[in-house]
Design a protein around this ligand. Structure first.
Ligand SMILES: [Zn+2]
Length: 210
């Protein structure tokens, strides 16, 4: 199976890598990405392909359902928070984009409270970060993609709100040196929706908490 990957690597090494040798050599000295992109692990999401970017431009943090947990300091492991800390406090990346997507399995499992996903799984515990979002789904419309799109967008709103709980993010946003944005990509239509409007986010978040 991995032969396909190794053949692809050979094409990359002989093609892109050798054609861009100087650029990549320079990039090896230092990374200066312009964007932190928080994306889902979903195999159908390819940030560099979707945004037509080159190596070095995107600092991508991928996790299940592109969630940002709230800021908390205790003795557990925080992969997403650690990556954010490095990107913001060390690399000083000036923009964070939370990228949601349609047909997200993580959001789907949260909304449907899937029996295949018992509460003591890693995924169920991880998805509980945005548990109020499940209440936004109309139980009579669970066969409608629009229902899930709305919940996916609300989860992006939640993550944007959680980003502001990190002191080194809040201070930079307030000083105007860091921008936060929320987008939702439709993997079926290719449409990209912006959800950075704070009013929309607060409306969605308030609805989710009712
Ligand atoms: Zn997903």
């Amino acid at each position: 199976m991995s032969d396909k990957l190794l053949a692809g690597y050979q094409r990359f090494k002989n093609g892109y890598f050798s054609e861009n040798r100087e650029k990549l050599r320079k990039l090896a000295q230092e990374q200066r990405p312009n964007y932190v992109l928080i994306a889902c692990c979903d195999a159908r999401m390819e940030p560099a392909l979707i945004f037509d970017t080159e190596p070095g431009e995107l600092f991508v943090i991928r996790n299940v359902a592109n969630l940002v947990p709230p800021y908390e300091i205790e003795g557990s492991y925080h992969g997403t928070s650690a990556a954010l800390e490095f990107a913001i406090t060390v690399l000083e990346v000036p923009e964070i984009i939370v990228l949601g997507h349609s047909r997200c399995g993580g959001i789907r499992s949260l909304v449907l409270q899937s029996e295949a996903m018992p509460k003591d799984t890693f995924i169920a515990r991880w998805m509980s970060i945005v548990s109020p979002v499940a209440k936004l789904a109309d139980p009579t419309k669970l066969d409608d993609h629009a229902t899930f799109n709305y919940c996916e967008q609300a989860a992006v709103g939640y993550s944007l709100r959680n980003l502001m709980t990190y002191p080194w993010i809040r201070s930079r946003v307030e000083a105007g040196t860091l921008n936060l944005k929320g987008w939702h990509y439709n993997i079926f239509t290719g449409a990209l929706k912006q959800i950075h409007d704070q009013d929309t986010i607060s409306t969605i978040v308030e609805e989710a908490q009712d």
